[in-house]
Design a protein around this ligand. Structure first.
Ligand SMILES: O=C(O)/C=C/C(=O)CC(=O)CC(=O)O
Ligand SMILES: [Ca+2]
Ligand SMILES: [Mg+2]
Length: 404
């Protein structure tokens, strides 16, 4: 098949064009790549061959310059790329710069500035509340319906898909233990999330309004917020998640631009509480995204969390992050929070799927409550595009290994 003819319905066609950073096998040189089917286009080399003005944004070892260039440039570059892969005269010029995915190494595509993680799925928050606070009057904390709850994470331990995840060690103490014990986590979990990547910075002291979300956020990716539930449960009172979540967070190698997901925007669930004006999105464009996520352990699908059920939107999360005047930097990343739908097979963590180890998951290769060494977890997703097409999100995968 000629390189620009893709199989019917390919989720990585010209309607998608996610960005990453790659090196051809055997080379150390990194540069921006655009995924097209099961191939990667060396975007900087293609731009140079075509005499495009976007060489400076694309011939670079990270997505930094493109992220910083802002919304108008994002749309212009995307329009150019679409023409390059669809117009025959351009196709001929850029064909030498297509590499099979199997012949490249993919890297973390941008320098992560700050990392924030939210807690925005009502189904997830209610499940976790029932598990961790069974005696509380409500499964949601009193603030939950009034603001998107979040915490600051550790940007230096964000890793790209396919990076091995070393089982963390730490303190744990179950209610029956007389004293804390130290050792490798025995409740290692996943959190199926979506990560949002900030391009355009903001000025300190100036909150970002809901309507300005698309001016600042470039795109999104799948994110697995690995979580050691035993370490977390003992350490996180009263300041919140710390070492139980900071050892590694995996992201997809591909960042899907928001422009590729226009057709998948949906209204979030109906709001049950009146919101303060800075979070009130009742008069805004639909802020949700219809992303159909799939969670597989060792190749077996255990859950299919629907992102459309998230109570708080990415625009509300951005408004919350900046309402105190905190500024945004290019490369800031924020996680949506674990995505869980209302059904049992839609839960985005093993904590929920096994009800904190009470129930077992039957996999073809054995029973699981939490993750075992050697387990491979893969998140994948697609979104509905125009005319029945599917927009594929790059998958994020990671294998658990014992500390050597
Ligand atoms: O409510 C709790 O006690 C625990 C919350 C978390 O573990 C944080 C969390 O799940 C964040 C997320 O939604 O990803
Ligand atoms: Ca999380
Ligand atoms: Mg994490």
């Amino acid at each position: 098949m000629p390189p620009f003819d893709l199989p019917e319905g390919d989720p990585f066609g010209a309607h998608n064009l996610p960005y990453g950073v790659f090196s051809p096998l055997g080379s150390d040189e990194r540069t921006v790549g655009v995924r097209y089917g099961d191939q990667v286009l060396d975007a900087g080399a293609a731009a140079a061959a075509l005499g495009s003005p976007y060489v400076a944004l694309l011939a670079h070892p990270t997505l930094g310059p493109l992220l910083a260039a802002g919304r108008t440039a994002w749309s212009d570059v995307r329009r150019a790329l679409t023409a390059w892969v669809t117009v025959p005269s351009h196709q001929e010029t850029i064909a030498p710069f297509l590499h099979p995915l199997s012949a490249v190494t993919l890297h973390l595509p941008f320098e992560v500035a700050d990392y924030v993680d939210f807690y925005a799925s009502e189904n997830h928050a209610r499940n976790v509340g029932r598990i961790f606070r069974p005696d509380a009057p409500d499964s949601l904390t009193p603030n939950w319906k009034h603001l998107p709850i979040g915490y600051h994470g550790r940007s230096g331990t964000i890793v790209v898909s396919d990076t091995e995840v070393v089982r963390p060690s730490g303190q744990r103490k179950s209610p029956s233990d007389p004293a804390p014990v130290f050792g490798p986590s025995i409740r290692l979990d996943i959190e199926a999330e979506v990560g949002f990547v900030v391009g355009t910075p903001s000025r300190m002291g100036e909150p970002v309004a809901l309507a300005d979300f698309r001016e600042h956020v470039f795109g999104l990716c799948l994110l697995n917020d690995w979580s050691a539930r035993d370490i977390q449960a003992w350490e996180y009172v009263p300041l919140g998640p710390f070492l139980g979540k900071s050892f590694a967070t995996s992201v997809s190698a591909w960042i899907t631009p928001l422009d590729a997901l226009e057709e998948s925007r949906v209204a979030p669930p109906e709001r049950t509480h009146e919101l303060l004006p800075y979070l009130d999105d009742s008069a805004e464009e639909p802020g949700g995204y219809d992303l159909r996520i799939s969670v597989a352990i060792n190749g077996h699908v255990v859950s299919e969390p629907p992102f459309s059920t998230m109570y708080w939107t990415a625009a509300q999360q951005l408004a919350q992050m900046t309402v105190n005047g905190a500024s945004l930097r290019t490369g800031d990343l924020y996680g949506s929070g674990t995505v869980s739908g209302p059904a049992e097979r839609e839960r985005g963590s093993l904590l929920e799927l096994t009800w904190n180890g009470r129930d077992v998951l039957e996999l073809p290769d054995g029973k699981r409550t939490f993750l075992e060494d050697g387990d491979v977890v893969t998140l994948s997703a697609w979104a509905p595009g125009a005319d029945g097409t599917r927009v594929g999100l790059g998958e994020v995968t990671g294998r658990i290994v014992a500390r050597g």
